[in-house]
Design a protein around this ligand. Structure first.
Ligand code: ZN
Length: 163
């Protein structure tokens, strides 16, 4: 494994050390997001709530913050004739993939699916969901998948094409 690939895998193993939206959270005590109900405890985000909800702080979670500021961590571009002919089906797969990922990882969410002249463009609050959607598309429909990580920022660009 060369140095470049090594830095990518480090990023995937410990994304919280790189995501600027998570940095400020390391020192925090138990917190609930008033917008989505995600709970932060002992360094983890869950949907389980908190044992001492009465004493918890309230703060908007990084995912809700990204949505409010419109700052995605991932973009998936779906291109090609197949995309235009099967957009409903593809949207279904994208939403199902989000359901699975979000149930385990509260900060991995869809932001938007937009239908444009070239195909579909999907934005996400987390790197993992964007990658998972790319792999789900390839597994279900073949096509051509390219995943590009930005090493300077916490960002992933996923491109999937089927003509
Ligand atoms: Zn939230």
């Amino acid at each position: 494994m060369d140095k470049h690939r090594q830095s990518i895998s480090d990023k995937l193993i410990q994304p919280e050390h790189h995501d600027p939206y998570l940095k400020a959270w390391h020192q925090r005590s138990d917190t609930l997001c008033p917008q989505c109900g995600a709970a932060y405890q002992a360094g983890r985000w869950t949907w389980q709530g908190l044992i001492n909800a009465a004493t918890a702080e309230e703060a908007v979670c990084p995912a809700c913050q990204r949505i409010a500021e419109d700052v995605p961590a991932g973009t998936i571009s779906l291109r090609g004739d197949f995309v235009k002919q099967h957009s409903d089906e593809l949207c279904g797969l994208i939403r199902n993939t989000e359901e699975m990922e979000k149930s385990q990882h509260p900060l991995e969410r869809l932001m938007a699916i937009s239908d444009d002249a070239d195909g579909l463009t999907v934005t996400t609050t987390g790197l993992h969901l964007a990658q998972r959607i790319g792999h789900a598309l390839e597994a279900a429909y073949d096509g051509d998948l390219k995943i590009h990580y930005n090493n300077e920022e916490y960002y992933v660009d996923v491109h999937w094409q089927r003509d």
